[in-house]
Write a protein that binds this ligand. Structure first.
Ligand code: GLU
Length: 315
């Protein structure tokens, strides 16, 4: 079932697809080379396939939300989080200002309002600051030390007016506390973590591998928490395309406005794509196409799974 050959074919086919535009929501993102294109696959036994610009770095942006949500679950437990953040898709833009559900909660942890609240729940432990906890946690999934891109962080902080508005409203509704600007700052920092496409694939493979990093063998997340993360990615991971995504592709995934898409095939592997040109909902155009075709070729839709039962069948 030669995965590498199929990914290579897709790469060649989509290389000249220059549809979509890069995000200009903050100046730092507008500096990206729009035509970069990388595909990485990482299997649950730690094999990696890299095609294209896989060592180019991007900032993780919204893909970080999946992992910070995981950390918040690990630190606080689900009940604590569920009391403050729901799990319904909104059908609205991820940064819309601001919609709360009938229990006065942001709709889910993947829209900005929910993600800022979740980041606000991260605690400093032992000798580490909250920021260090987040960096350490995401780095464990990637299997190497990640760092923050300061230019992007500064750009988010200075120009992220909608996020400031959301945070002020969360404070107004007393969902965030009086120190809300610290929570927002932490959120900007987590979005500014830089990594490459291979790192992203390994982060996804850790989710696919029962929470154990296939390279370092570190256990990164407990089973119940992993289930919660994957469930939210299944229903809310792809902005307001999430319903169609589940319908067509049927796998948990998360995208970010820098052009990353991370798709998880539990028990098997993950596919990561970096291609900065976005469609009107904020998803990477080529990212969606790669995932769509891989799901189709290998029959991976989770509600109609007829795909490989182990790694040796896909390589
Ligand atoms: N830092 C971006 C924001 O909060 C992340 C958006 C995204 O990737 O969806 O607006």
């Amino acid at each position: 079932m030669n995965l590498e050959k199929n990914l290579q074919k897709l790469y060649t086919k989509l290389k000249n697809d220059l549809s979509g535009d890069i995000s200009t929501s903050i100046p730092a993102l507008a500096l990206q080379d729009p035509d970069l294109f990388a595909i990485s696959a990482a299997t649950v036994d730690g094999q990696i396939i890299n095609i294209g610009d896989t060592s180019e770095e991007l900032t993780i942006q919204s893909i970080s939300k999946a992992f910070t949500y995981g950390l918040a679950l690990e630190q606080n437990g689900n009940d604590f989080i569920e009391a403050k953040v729901g799990m319904e898709p909104t059908g609205e833009d991820f940064d819309s200002v601001i919609k709360l559900d009938d229990q006065n909660r942001p709709f889910n942890p993947m829209v900005n309002s929910g993600a800022i609240v979740v980041t606000g729940m991260i605690n400093a432990l032992k000798e580490k600051s909250r920021e260090e906890e987040i960096i350490k946690y995401l780095s464990a999934f990637a299997g190497r030390e990640l760092t923050i891109d300061n230019q992007t962080y500064e750009s988010e902080k200075k120009n992220g007016h909608k996020n400031w508005a959301i945070a002020h409203l969360l404070r107004h509704f007393k969902i965030l506390s009086k120190d809300f600007s610290e929570d927002l700052d932490l959120y900007f920092r987590q979005c500014s973590l830089k990594l490459n496409c291979t790192d992203l694939a390994l982060m996804g493979a850790t989710l696919a591998n029962k929470g154990i990093n296939p390279k370092t063998k570190e256990k990164c997340i407990e089973r119940n928490n992993l289930r919660n993360v994957l469930s939210v990615l299944f229903t809310c991971g792809m902005y307001n395309y999430s319903g169609e995504w589940v319908f067509d592709i049927g796998l948990p995934a998360k995208s970010g406005i820098s052009g990353g898409v991370l798709m998880v095939i539990p028990g098997l592997m993950s596919i990561a794509v970096y291609s900065p040109r976005l469609d009107k909902r904020g998803n990477s155009v080529r990212g969606i196409k790669v995932c769509e075709e891989i799901s189709e070729i290998y029959k991976l839709h989770m509600l109609d799974y007829a795909g490989p039962s182990n790694v040796s069948e896909i390589l």
